[in-house]
Design a protein around this ligand. Structure first.
Ligand code: HEM
Length: 139
């Protein structure tokens, strides 16, 4: 990722606060786009919101160590096979994330910030999908 993208992701993430609103907004958007995906998740979403926020926080911290990030995401992708997730689901999850970010950031969600997050999500989703399809993580 370009430095500019990292900086935009970090600054916008820092502006979000504790992330609980983002997490809840994300699942609300996802289940609006994809009501059928609700059944994949546990009834109690609070813990899921916490996991999502923890994961986003560690991604944002690790942005300058992309090879570590790629390895973590390969593992995450392999775990997702067991969660009943399909490749097509990634587009909806990405769209829900961008909508939730837009809600939280308001006018601070500029086209450049949106592009930075879309690029980041696209890279991560690609690494997860490659791992689900059996590719080895980069050395
Ligand atoms: C970049 C994309 C994604 C990230 C960063 C992500 C992150 C996570 C994390 C951190 C967990 C907690 C468990 C673990 O670490 O293994 C998890 C679980 C889960 N994710 Fe994802 N995920 C992504 C994409 C998706 C997609 C596309 C779906 C499809 C709807 C999905 C559905 C699920 C489900 C069903 C669980 C397990 C819920 C449970 O039973 O506890 N995820 N995800």
């Amino acid at each position: 990722m370009y430095d500019l993208d990292i900086q935009r992701v970090r600054e916008s993430y820092a502006a979000i606060g504790d992330g609980a609103g983002l997490g809840r907004g994300f699942y609300a958007q996802l289940f609006r786009l994809r009501p059928d995906a609700r059944a994949l998740f546990p009834a109690d979403l609070d813990q899921q919101v916490r996991k999502l926020i923890d994961m986003l926080g560690s991604i944002v911290r690790a942005l300058d160590a992309p090879s570590q990030l790629a390895r973590d995401f390969a593992e995450l992708g392999r775990r997702h096979l067991g969660y009943g997730v399909s490749e097509e689901d990634y587009d909806d999850v990405g769209a829900a994330l961008l909508m939730a970010l837009r809600e939280q950031l308001g006018p601070a969600f500029t086209p450049e910030v949106e592009q930075a997050w879309a690029t980041l999500y696209g890279d991560l989703a690609e690494a997860m999908i490659a791992a689900e399809n059996g590719a080895s993580p980069p050395a």
